[in-house]
Design a binder for this molecule. Structure first.
Ligand code: ARG
Length: 399
């Protein structure tokens, strides 16, 4: 019986090379699956490419709605930014892509699961762990298994007539509805400023001289309307990406710690994510107590860490989800953002669950806050700190 391998196929360099490897080195029939998570690619072209590579069957799955509702929205609720910067666009898509591959793997009775990840990145971790959580079939990853580098891959691609577009030659790109990651090439020197042509979502030149305002309405932690218009999930993300990108907002350039220990320079275009997370986090501060705010930021950090590290399936992540879900009950309201020449600032927020009270906070005569009560409170609040401080001073004069 011929071996049958299934592969998550993007049509890019790595996965095209893998198709040929599976066919030639492993003597396999290949089934390719392209999962649309909003990467904006022409699915017909990818299918044609797969067919040209001689795959037995190709599947194209539109998973955009699931991606937004089951991955992006939970990440907004978690204000998820890995190392305070990266909105996890690639990281969130991987478990979903791998789940879809598993669904078809079962249907097609394949004998092996394959992916195009290298042994240096995080995606291998995310793919392997999701695939392993749902199947015991062997996992083949030729780029990793054969220790292939990009130059060798490009040569291999040329030999096999695999077409590679010009941006892909200069950078390694991964994109979906939540963001665009740009790596490699000149960016590998962390001191090199990214060239302007690396960016396609965020305007870097001729930015508007007037600020752009954006009003985002949330219901229980989920964005439901922008600028007064109720938008369905995919449209909403697209709308915010476009509007913020046009205002120059959304470029992230940072040094990232990968799961495998490598430090890498990562450049992202994530205009929508930056606006939605900034707005959501601001709204939480208004409706959550001081104690909830402090604790949730620890939970949020851990959530982002697990999602980044390929541990989407870990029970701890589910436990954190449960906490986060409960915490979103009062996170309803509207946040007003001001975007100007690449900067983003919250300039207003309102909520029916707001804990901000004008009559308590005001310095005006209408204040209901009795300042006299503060005196005793402060005395007790600082009692251990002041005592310890006095003691330390006393000890240091002795020596
Ligand atoms: N560093 C990011 C992550 O691990 C982005 C990876 C993007 N991949 C790429 N081929 N450019 O999630």
């Amino acid at each position: 019986m011929t071996e049958r391998g299934i592969l998550a196929f993007s049509g890019g360099l790595d996965t095209s090379v893998v198709v040929k490897y599976l066919q030639e080195e492993y003597n396999m029939d290949v089934i390719t699956v392209t999962v649309d998570v909003g990467q904006g690619d022409d699915q017909k072209k990818i299918e044609a490419k797969a067919k040209k590579l001689g795959v037995k069957k190709h599947y194209n799955i539109d998973a955009r709605k699931e991606f937004v509702e089951n991955f992006i929205f939970p990440s907004i609720k978690a204000n998820a930014l890995y190392q305070k910067k990266y909105c996890l666009a690639t990281a969130l898509a991987r478990p979903l892509i791998a789940e879809k591959v598993l669904e078809i793997a079962k249907k097609e009775k394949v004998t092996a699961l394959a992916h195009g990840c290298s042994g240096k990145g995080n995606d291998q971790v995310r793919f392997d762990i999701t695939l392993r959580s749902g199947s015991d079939l062997p996992i083949i990853a030729p780029i990793r298994d054969k220790n292939l580098d990009r130059v060798t891959e490009l040569k291999f691609a040329k030999k096999h007539g695999i077409e590679i577009d010009s941006v892909a030659k200069r950078f390694s790109i991964d994109q979906n509805l939540w963001g665009r990651a740009i790596e490699g090439g000149v960016l590998e020197d962390p001191y090199n400023e990214p060239p302007e042509d690396a960016f396609i979502w965020v305007k870097t030149k001729n930015l508007p001289d007037k600020p752009t305002y954006m009003e985002i309405k949330f219901e229980k932690g989920i964005p439901v309307a922008v600028d007064g218009k109720i938008l369905e999930p995919i449209k909403l993300i697209e709308y915010v990406n476009k509007k913020a990108g046009d205002a120059g907002v959304g470029i992230i350039d940072h040094i990232e710690d990968r799961v495998v220990g490598i430090k890498s320079r990562e450049v992202y275009e994530t205009p929508g994510a930056m606006c939605l997370i900034e707005a959501h986090a601001d709204l939480e501060k208004m409706v959550h107590t001081k104690h909830e705010n402090k604790f949730k930021s620890i939970i949020d950090d851990e959530w982002a860490y697990l999602a980044y590290s390929g541990l989407w399936q870990d029970p701890l992540k589910q436990d954190l989800d449960a906490f986060i879900q409960t915490s979103q009950k009062p996170v309803s309201g509207t946040v007003k953002l001001k975007l100007f020449k690449g900067s983003i600032r919250v300039v207003g927020r309102k909520s029916e669950y707001s804990l901000y009270s004008h009559k308590i906070a005001t310095y005006g005569a209408e204040s209901t806050f009795d300042q006299r009560l503060a005196k005793g409170f402060v005395e007790l609040w600082g009692i251990q700190s002041t005592e310890a401080n006095k003691l330390q001073k006393k000890m240091s004069t002795k020596t």
